[in-house]
Ligand binder design. Structure first.
Ligand code: SF4
Length: 211
């Protein structure tokens, strides 16, 4: 009689690398983050977003990411976004975007905007021609409120995120800042004004809804 407990432990639960929402194909390439957002489902031990289980047993390889994109021509866009910060795998992300580029009209990156801070250099020129749109998590109208909700691991994160947006304007045609409706102390109209001042668009988000 086999040890059933051992068998169960060996079976890795299926992980979601690619998932579809509306007419977009999303790619979940890492669960690592530079922020530790208090509102994040993963810190509440909920890894499921709109019925997709986004906890990764291990980070997918480049080939697995490309395979998970399916046929990008069936979608309006391919979006790098999961329960994690895609730019922590910057070079895999850029290589995947390069490979997908000929097959999709639009590639969007959902990001915390902290790639320059993490990588210690301005990475925004690397995005040129590969990333058509950026959704950057502004999350708050000031540093204090941002730190309260996003709990950044690195100092200076809020201003680094704003600087990233300023620099990215030269290389990425569409940029939207986002903030979540209903978080205590978050002033959505003040967030919208920051986006206006930066000359980018703004989108309010609903908690736990990927977009
Ligand atoms: S950046 Fe996104 S995935 Fe990372 S902790 Fe914040 S909400 Fe969660």
């Amino acid at each position: 009689m086999p040890d059933l407990r051992a068998l169960v432990l060996k079976v890795e639960p299926e992980q979601t690398i690619g998932y579809s929402l509306r007419d977009s194909r999303y790619l979940n390439i890492t669960n690592r983050c530079t922020l530790r957002c208090a509102f994040c489902p993963k810190f509440n031990d909920v890894w499921t977003v709109q019925d997709y289980r986004l906890r990764l047993n291990r980070e997918p390889t480049l080939e697995e990411i490309i395979a998970a994109a399916g046929n990008p021509q069936e979608y309006r866009e391919v979006v790098f976004c999961g329960l994690g910060e895609p730019t922590l795998r910057l070079y895999t992300l850029l290589e995947a975007a390069t490979r997908l580029r000929p097959y999709t009209q639009r590639i969007r990156l959902n990001t915390d905007g902290l790639a320059n801070l993490v990588h210690g250099r301005d990475v925004t020129p690397d995005l040129e021609g590969l990333i058509d749109a950026l959704s950057v998590s502004l999350n708050a109208q000031d540093e204090e409120t941002y730190n309260l909700h996003c709990r950044p691991k690195l100092p200076g994160a809020y201003h680094a995120m704003l600087d990233f947006v300023k620099l990215a304007r030269e290389f990425v045609p569409e940029i939207a800042l986002t903030a979540i409706e209903g978080l205590p102390g978050v002033d959505i109209s003040a967030c919208e004004k920051i986006a206006q001042r930066l000359g980018v668009s703004f989108r309010r988000r609903v908690l736990d809804v990927v977009g």
